[in-house]
Each structure stands twice: as C-alpha cells, then as structure tokens.
Design a protein around this ligand. Structure first.
Ligand code: TMP
Length: 308
C-alpha cells in the first residue's frame, strides 16, 4: 500500500475517534486486503459474549453475565450459588495461583454451580423470567452486525464459559429474532419434558479451558449449524475451513479463542472497558484495534462492510 491508499482506508475506518486505538494501521490495512481478496467463504467471526457483545455498563452499573442474571426461583439455591461466587471469584482473578491449581478450582466451581442448578430444579421458564428481569444489554450495532453477516452467510461463533441456554434467551429477548448463522459454544443444558433441568451436555466449559479447544467444542454443534449429515465433526470442518477471522473480545485471554483454528489472517478487536490507563499498552500491542469506553459495535460493522 502506498501512503495515499493507507490514509484513504484510515479515513474510511470506523469511528476513528478518541475511542479507537490502532497500533499499526498499515498492518491492519494489509490484513483487510488479504481477507477481502480471499472472499466471504473463507471468513468467520469469533466473539466472546459477556462485556464484548454485551455492554460493560448498563445504566451506569456493571451489566450482568449469563450466570449473574440467573434466578432459579429458589432463594436457597440462588444464595448457595452466590456463596460459591464469593468464594471462587477471588481465586479466578488471583494472579498468584498456579494455572494447574486454578484450573482444578475452576472445574470445582463450575461443577458445583451446575449441580446446584440441577438440584434446585431450574426450569426453562425461570430462565425466561430471569432474562426478562435482567440488566443486560447488547452494544449498539450488534443486531446490524449479525444481520450483515447473515446476508453474507458468514458464521458467528460466540464462545462463553457461561450458560448457552441463557445466552440464547438473551439473544431472543433483546435482539427480537434469531440468526441462523450465529452459534453459541457454551455450557448447554438438557431439560426433561416438564422443562426441568436434568443435566448438562458434553464437556464442561470453564473460564480457563474455554479457549483451549474452542473450535473443537463447536463440533457437536453441527446439527445447529445447518450442515447436512451426521458426522460428529462436520460442524467443525465447516468452521475450520474458514481460515480468516475477525475476533472480538474484551480480555487478552480472548485472543486464544482462535487457537483451535490454523488461521491465515486474523483481525482482532479488543473492547477495553475498565482500567484503561493500566491496560491500554498491553491491549494496543495485542489487538489490531482497541475500542475504549464501552464503545458500540458500529466500528466492527463498518470494518466487515469494508471487507465484503
Ligand atoms: P466468560 O463469560 O468470560 O466466558 O466467563 C464466565 C464468567 O462467569 C466467569 O468470569 C465467572 C462467572 N461465573 C459466575 O458468575 N457464576 C458462576 O456460578 C460461575 C460458575 C461462573
């Protein structure tokens, strides 16, 4: 690229205001060109859910997560899960616990929480009500981003260590429609005929393993991906052949969401929601593009509409 085309693309770049930080504009424009040339059939979007697709703050207070919003309709069990949160959350964010030990602790936390949800008799109706009563909101532009990608038949994988069924209900209630190109890779519940939770499907996804084999975890979703046939890994092949990626996250660890993919070109977008002064240096080095201050999704939409 000569400087002329570089500045042209920069001018076209979304929301290039004080809220956007791009460490290497030229590297970004090169990636844009590569992804554009390969075409939409080679492209997918991988997004974190909490505080990436959703707002960090809702009406001035910290927005809720898929776990945080869930009220079982059984106060004892809600209190038990809250007590677990108070015990394990400081361990999750502790910088001094070795990773193997922390992994065991996180397996313990998720396991106990899932057991409490089953024991406490969680129903699908309670999920619907919890979501209706929650303070959770998508960033502006998320619907439009999904619509754009749907038209272009580009898949969106949402990775979360939260609860798939809750996330899907949040999508349904807040976006007022479903998208056949949007898939959730998260902990999925099994309900009996009375709509009561009886078990969880597949491998437990917690905060430390969510990125390890994230793409492999997408494999059992082949049925939902609208892929014909019943081979276990067809959904996986469907996403694995799309080797150009737009990755959306709010933590440095989210960059690992594309680990299972032997990607060719990746554009990473980081939402830096909090502790901006302390974290900006590491975010700007790690992500191609950083949005500050609980930004909207318009920038990401603008970016993909420049691609295709
Ligand atoms: P994620 O949304 O970044 O994938 O991570 C899920 C978060 O859920 C993680 O930070 C811890 C939190 N969590 C709860 O709030 N309550 C729970 O019961 C569990 C197991 C996790």
């Amino acid at each position: 690229h000569d400087d002329c085309s570089l500045s042209k693309i920069q001018m076209e770049m979304p929301d290039l205001s004080a809220n956007t930080v791009i460490d290497h504009p030229r590297a970004l424009t090169d990636k844009i060109a590569l992804i554009r040339d390969a075409g939409p059939s080679k492209f997918q979007v991988i997004a974190d859910f909490d505080a990436t697709l959703t707002k960090y703050r809702v009406n001035g207070v910290r927005g809720q997560t898929s776990h945080g919003l869930l009220q079982q309709g059984n106060a004892d069990y809600d209190a038990k899960r809250q007590a677990l949160y108070e015990h394990y959350r400081p361990l999750e964010i502790s910088p001094v616990i070795p990773i193997e030990e922390k992994t065991k602790l996180m397996e313990e936390w998720w396991g106990k929480t899932h057991d409490l949800l089953i024991e406490g008799g969680l129903t699908y109706d309670a999920i619907k009500k919890s979501v209706a009563d929650s303070s959770i909101a998508f960033r502006e532009g998320v619907t439009e981003l999904f619509e754009f990608l749907e038209k272009k038949e580009i898949p969106v994988l949402i990775f979360s260590a939260g609860l798939a069924d809750v996330i899907e209900e949040v999508l349904r209630q807040n976006l007022h429609r479903t998208f056949k190109n949007v898939k959730i890779v998260s902990n999925r519940m099994v309900f009996d005929d009375d709509g009561r939770l009886v078990s969880f499907k597949g491998k437990l996804i917690h905060v430390l393993n969510k990125n390890e084999h994230a793409l492999d975890m997408a494999a059992p979703l082949h049925d939902q991906l609208g892929v014909d046939g019943n081979e276990e890994n067809e959904g996986n092949a469907y996403v694995k052949q799309r080797t150009n990626v737009l990755l959306l996250g709010d933590h440095l660890g989210d960059l690992r969401m594309s680990d299972g993919l032997n990607y060719e070109t990746r554009i990473s977008v980081g939402f830096l929601n909090d502790n901006i002064e302390k974290s900006l240096e590491s975010y700007r080095k790690a992500f191609d593009l950083v949005y500050l201050n609980d930004a909207s999704m318009w920038g990401a939409l603008e970016l993909v509409s420049q691609l295709f």
